[in-house]
Design a protein around this ligand. Structure first.
Ligand code: SF4
Length: 264
């Protein structure tokens, strides 16, 4: 298959200009600059500052405070196994919430154990439930294009979801489901130790950041996640972009922000 260059991929994503301004001001004039030369949206100093206007919840999670330190919910036993493969096996047997009854299979996640990038989506959809893989179908195709635009392949990044089983009818996850499944994602992050985490969509962002802020207020900032202060960026879910393609440029700005958090 002919390899597409980044400009072609961005064009396919509907992005004709590269947005390098503050991600929250995604409509600002853009500049055509290679990824390797793109400037960070936030400088180093501001990365460690609480967001200026995002409210109390975000302030708490922007710093290495107890609110963002991964702590397993008290009502669910923390997974004790020590490798991703053993954790995968544990998830496959899990019946900790009602979603176990209707699933075809669990969707644990996929990618190399040493991946620099961790993308966290919401929950498996119908296709994911059938195939046992995250991000397949149309949204998965767009996600793959996004990864290619970063000069990466899907095989080079780790992809996971907040929930490992499909909610019926693709409804939003319920709070008790998120709470029951959270220890698995926290353990995945602990085992992977990626260099950057990208939360895809509101459900993932709110769960990881323990926030009730809308996605629009969570994006455009760099959070320090967990005791190792892994940079965490929030952006839109690819399924949302299929409905709102005009926001693809904002996602590209968010991905550039994430890219700048990875040490050279
Ligand atoms: Fe277990 Fe998570 Fe599936 Fe619920 S969604 S049954 S907690 S793996």
């Amino acid at each position: 298959m002919v390899e597409l260059d980044r400009n072609t991929i961005l064009k396919q994503m509907g992005i004709t200009q590269w947005v390098l301004q503050d991600a929250q001001a995604g409509e600002n004039p853009a500049q055509d600059v290679p990824l390797s030369q793109a400037q960070p949206v936030l400088d180093k100093a501001s990365v460690n500052e609480p967001p200026a206007k995002a409210g109390g919840d975000v302030k708490a999670i922007a710093q290495p405070a107890p609110g963002v330190t991964p702590v397993a919910p008290s009502q669910t036993a923390e997974p004790k196994l020590l490798s991703l493969e053993s954790l995968r096996a544990e998830v496959a047997e899990c019946v900790a919430c009602a979603l176990a009854k209707a699933r075809t299979q669990t969707v644990f996640g996929e990618g190399p154990d040493q991946a620099d990038w961790l993308f966290v989506g919401e929950a498996p959809g119908q296709q994911e439930d059938r195939q046992g893989q995250p991000f397949v179908g149309r949204a998965g195709g767009l996600f793959t294009q996004m990864i290619k635009a970063l000069d990466k392949s899907r095989e080079q990044v780790y992809i996971a979801n907040t929930l490992k089983c499909r909610p019926p009818g693709n409804r939003d996850p319920l709070p008790d489901e998120l709470q029951a499944c959270e220890p698995f994602l926290l353990k995945q992050i602990q085992l992977l130790q990626p260099k950057v985490i990208v939360a895809l969509g509101r459900i993932s962002a709110q769960a990881l950041l323990r926030s009730d802020q809308p996605l629009g207020r969570l994006r455009g900032q760099v959070y320090q996640y967990g005791p190792n202060q892994i940079p965490l960026i929030v952006t839109y879910h690819p399924a949302y972009l299929l409905r709102q393609p005009a926001d693809k440029a904002k996602v590209w700005a968010d991905l550039l922000l994430a890219h700048r958090q990875i040490p050279l």
